[in-house]
Ligand binder design. Structure first.
Ligand SMILES: C[S@@+](CC[C@H](N)C(=O)[O-])C[C@H]1O[C@@H](n2cnc3c(N)ncnc32)[C@H](O)[C@@H]1O
Length: 351
């Protein structure tokens, strides 16, 4: 295992992509061999033993990294970085003491026992807003409780989903260029991938994000139960996929597992993800593919979309529609792997 201070891998990876002089460096970083000059310059603390990179906090060197990380959280109304009042390090444990303020609209956001509420409506008492049934279903505490107790496993039986560990293995290849950076587990549900990202040590910050308070509570409970998960550089955020609380071009990677078909508007979600990804940042997502008759008969497609929107049910797209969705939202190098109705897609923001 090779251990590198938080952020140095992301920085090295970014430098190497943007400057040809750093190209040899990229392969070094990907293979976890770091040059002596890099070591001196960035104060990296290295421990070599296998091919996995573990990001580790080092006092001093990480102070600036923490400051930089905090600037990625932005007001979901103004998209301006939030002013952070709280512990210097992002951590699940410090969330209840965190207060964030937008310097433009002056709105204040705060953390509760388990997550930061960064929705537009956070703090509102009388005004409640509801999403279609495909989203609201997951706000039910019973569904959140059952999610890892049979619900998610059913995806493998009738959808061809390989299961979390195998899905994690598959996506690691796509995520190689952004190792060491910040990853958002968008629509994390009960946090099965959040925990795998945190345990892998591959990222300097893991953000578990969902619209459902009960899913976030379930994620928090699982994280607390697991001893081998560091609670630092890990936060849980409540947000709407169509209004993400991150500065534009600030995020290295976004993962959205089994979620796109639950979003009220897949294009609003993918466009937001495209906005927050930094140039070269990677989006990897899984969903169900339905290559029905409608994907070949033009007039059937809008009818199906209208029915889904009207009834609030999940919207399953065809492979052609998914590819076009990614590319029309400004992402490039679309690629996918299929297994029955399961598809894992990846694309990146152009440099
Ligand atoms: C089927 S679960 C996927 C959970 C997990 N990522 C997985 O791979 O199993 C879909 C998730 O999407 C979330 N979701 C639905 N609408 C959302 C929205 N508008 N913004 C953010 N998350 C949303 C739900 O709360 C739910 O947790």
């Amino acid at each position: 295992m090779a251990t590198v201070t938080a952020g140095s891998l992301a920085l090295a990876s970014r430098l190497s992509r943007s400057t040809s002089a750093f190209k040899p460096f990229l392969s070094s970083v990907n293979n976890m061999v770091v040059s002596p000059s890099f070591y001196r310059k960035f104060g990296a603390k290295l421990r070599a033993s296998s091919s996995t990179a573990r990001v580790e906090a080092t006092p001093g060197a990480d102070l600036n990294e923490n400051e930089a990380k905090k600037k990625t959280l932005a007001c979901p109304i103004c998209y301006d970085p939030l002013i952070w009042n709280g512990d210097p390090v992002f951590s699940v444990d410090s969330t209840p003491r965190s207060i964030l303020k937008c310097s433009i609209c002056k709105k204040v956001y705060s953390g509760n026992e388990n997550h930061l509420d960064l929705t537009v409506t956070s703090g509102s008492k009388k005004y409640g807003e509801y999403r279609p049934a495909s989203s609201e279903l997951f706000r039910l505490p019973l569904v959140s409780f059952l999610y890892e107790r049979g619900w998610r496993q059913a995806f493998s039986i009738w959808g061809g989903f390989p299961g979390p560990e195998r899905e994690f293995e598959l996506m690691r290849d796509y995520l190689k260029p952004v190792i060491g950076g910040t990853i958002i587990d968008a629509s994390c549900g009960s946090g099965m991938f959040t925990r795998l990202f945190a345990k892998s040590g591959l990222f300097s910050l893991v953000v578990a994000l969902d619209f459902s308070e009960s899913m976030l509570k379930q994620s928090y409970d699982y994280i607390k139960q697991e001893e081998n998960i560091s609670k630092e550089n890990l936060i849980l955020v409540r947000a709407d996929i169509a209004r993400l609380p991150f500065a534009s071009s600030s995020i290295d990677a976004v993962h959205a597992g089994a979620a796109l078909h639950c979003w009220p508007s897949p294009s609003a979600g993918v466009a937001e993800i495209s906005r927050i990804l930094r140039p070269g940042g990677v989006f990897v997502a899984t969903t169900y593919i339905v290559d029905g008759l409608y994907s070949y008969i033009p007039f059937l497609s809008p009818i199906r979309q209208n029915i889904a929107q009207f009834s609030g049910s999940h919207l399953y797209l065809s492979e052609r529609e998914l590819r076009e969705l990614f590319t029309t939202c400004g992402l490039v190098d679309y690629t996918c792997i299929r297994n029955g109705r399961f598809v894992m897609m990846s694309a990146r923001k152009p440099e």
